[in-house]
Structure formats: C-alpha cells, structure tokens
Design a protein around this ligand. Sequence first.
Ligand code: UDX
Ligand code: UDX
Length: 434
Amino acid sequence: MKKICVIGAGYVGLTTGTCFADLGNLVTIVDIDERKVENLRQGILPIYEPGLEEIVRRNAQSGRLRFTTSYAEGVRDAEFVFIAVGTPSGTEGEADLRYVRQAAEAIAEVMDHPIIIVNKSTVPIGTGDWVADIVNKHKKNDVPFAVVSNPEFLREGSAVYDFMNPDRVVLGSLNREAAEQVAQLYLSLRAPIVITDLRTAEMIKYASNAFLANRISFINEIASICEALGADVKEVAAGMGYDKRIGSAFLDAGIGFGGSCFPKDVKALAHMAAIHGCHPQLLRAVLEINRDQRRRLVQKLRDILGSLDEQVIGVLGLAFKPNTDDMREAPAVEIIHLLQNEGAIIRAYDPVAMNNAKAMLDGVTFCENAYEVAQGADALVICTEWNEFKHLDLKWIKEAMRRPIIVDGRNIYDPETMRQLGFLYRGVGRGYGV
Ligand code: UDX
Ligand code: UDX
C-alpha cells in the first residue's frame, strides 16, 4: 500500500485517484473547488462516468479515498503526488499552463519530505523540467524530489476500464529510480511499461492523440471522396480494418472529433512545432478537415431544404461522444450555431449532457426525449451516436415530423432501411442517390 496524493478531481484526477485506491493504496485527492470536494465527500460526482460513482463510494467508505481542498493535508504523508489539473487551449492554440504552475507552487510550499511528483496532465514538451524549476524555486524545505511524466490515455465514457486495462504505461524521468518506483504502482495491471526520458514521454502522449485524430480526419476525407464517387465509407473502413497494419479502430467517419483532448492537443502540438521552426502541415490539415466536417453537415441540410431560415431542425445528441455529459468542443455546438446563424429553429435532446449544454446554447428548445424533438421538425440531425437513438421507433418519428428528412452525422442507420421507411436520408460518406 502506497500513499498517493492526486491534485485535481477532473476526469483524469478523479479516475486515477479512485482506481489507485481500488488497487489498495491510500489516496487523497486535492481540489481547490470547495463545492466539488464537499459533493465528493457525500458521494456526488462532478462528472458522468459509468461505474465511477460506485468505486468512489466503496473506497471512500473503506477509508482508502479521501477528498480535501488542503494541499498540506494531501501532500503531508504522500510518497507520490500526481498533478492532474486541466491544461486548456490558450488563444494561439498553445496549452495554458497556469493550473500546472499553481499546482507545482502549492506542492513546493507544503512539501516537507522527499516526494515523487508525477505529471498526468497533457503538457507541452519540456513542462516536466519547468515543473522541477518551479518546485526548486518555491520549496520551503530543502528536501529532494523527482519529476516523472506519466501521461494518461483513458477515454471518457470508459475511463475506469481504460485505467485498469492500459495498452501501455508510459513513464519518463531523468531519474530512472523514480520512474521505476512509479512503475510499481501499475505492476498489478500487467501492462507493458515504457520507461524513457521526460520529454519523450510527454511527446508520446501528443503523438498518440495526434495520430488518432489523424485517422479520424483521414477517414473523413475518404468519406467526402466516397460521397463524390458513390462508394460507402463504412464498408471501405471495414475492408481496410482487416489489414493488421491498419486495424479497425478509430475509422468511423462522421462530424469529426471533439472533446477535451484531440482538438486541444493537435492544436498545441502544431503550435509547438511552429514556434520551433517546423512546418506542421499534416497536423493543420487534420484540424481543417475536422472543422469542415461540421460545415459539410450544414451544407447537406442546405442542399435538401434550400434556405434554412425558419426551418425547424431537431438535433439528437449534444455530447461530444456517447456515454459522457462532456460538451467540450462538442461538434453539436458548432453545428447548432451555424444553423442558428442561418435562421433555423433548433429543438434538441441528449440523454445526459443537457444541463451542460444549456449553459452553452441560447435559443434552443430542449426536449424530454427524441420523439419530442421530432414533433413538427423539418429535418433531424444525429450529432452523437447514443445507443438509444439506434433503436427509435422510426415509423412513429416519420409520422411526427413535418418532413421525413434525416441527416445522420454518425452513420447510425442503414441507408437502405431508411429509404424503405420513406425517409430522405443522408449519412456521411455513403454515396449519393441512396
Ligand atoms: C481521447 C483519447 O482516445 C484518449 O486516449 C486520451 O486520453 C483522451 O482523448 P476521449 O476524448 O475521451 O479520449 O474520446 P475518444 O473516444 O478518443 O473520441 C474523441 C472524439 O473522436 C469524439 O468526438 C469521437 O466522436 C470522435 N471519433 C472517435 C470519431 O469521430 N471517429 C472515430 O472513429 C473515433
Ligand atoms: C504560415 C502561417 O503562419 C500560417 O497561418 C499559414 O496557414 C501557413 O503559413 P508557417 O509557415 O508554419 O505557417 O508559419 P509559422 O512561422 O510556423 O507560424 C505559425 C504560428 O506560430 C503563428 O501562430 C505564429 O504566431 C507562431 N509563432 C511563430 C510564434 O509564436 N513564434 C515564433 O517565433 C514563430
């Protein structure tokens, strides 16, 4: 049993801390947000993440998981202090490191025994060294410490599973012994462990996310070509995926990637590349294609409906992907704004992200369910592939709509079935004339 402190109770911090507690360690999670900490103490989570609440409760009850706003309390006995604060995009696409700086300063001020500081947040290459400088500058007691980069690869919606079943654990440090000590925390997960230097570990995270984003933009570009030439991208992706060198994951064409990582990380990597004299053409194209996917969906509506002024458009799904209430960089938000700019009237529904969406969207009628959205709509748009949308009573929906038009941004329906049901249906990259 190790004593671990985690700074930040967001997706990464809360999952990391809770899972480490579940593996038998003693964990204190520190967050500066008093309300969040108070709620967590009562078992109320700040995020929707399947399975997490139950594990938080179980470990809190057993005394292995505690929450506090006090850095002193969190760091007091800890052997490992994980930094898992947000690193949002700054105005130029660069990662904004103010929260990492605050965390490093606060740790330095209360640190009174040797610790290993582990960086979980996705941070620009070189941040590990910078954190070490900050801690050296601000530390009140002359105690040794090491900095290890340990990027997190978990996905929202399957965060607990991903933490417990990592494809690999990446650890980077100038201090190999410290990296090996952190490796001990993960031994029971039986994953390959990659130990390298700080900057390489930081780069592995960016390169991995950029590569996955690249796959999505690649298949979206292929989808556009499929539309022009009459091929079906779903079958193209399936056919490609059997090639072991390619693999089938992350080849779903759609309205592009959103969320708190891919858009931000690709931008940050492109920015880092640019200011160091590289010319990140591919990364820029990945972002451009991603932006265009949203516009292409709106163009499809225009092609069918003509002017969008006063047209009632029903939007099914708002979260950036299913099984999360996260609205950060959700394609639905941009699509709704584009539609509203052209005078469309928006009705929308999401199974869990509606509260978060309400704070970001004006002038939208939020409905109780998909059927209510469909009432009187001139067209329906699928923005998130929630399972419940895959099994709707489409006959009922068709009767309820003013016009039976569905533009499916996530390819959840079969074009032929939709045609037979009498819909004018457009997916992404599924040829025309279907
Ligand atoms: C991602 C990474 O997968 C994870 O390793 C990292 O730690 C954080 O960023 P996440 O943002 O939670 O995880 O979601 P992910 O499932 O990767 O999806 C990201 C976006 O890509 C979503 O908007 C999703 O809809 C989109 N996507 C994904 C596609 O459009 N097509 C695909 O084939 C896969
Ligand atoms: C250039 C343009 O900047 C870009 O907008 C256009 O799409 C293609 O041509 P590039 O040749 O890669 O791209 O220029 P670069 O010098 O890399 O500038 C890109 C970004 O880096 C800008 O935001 C710029 O402000 C920033 N930058 C560049 C810095 O912040 N510091 C520098 O020293 C150099």
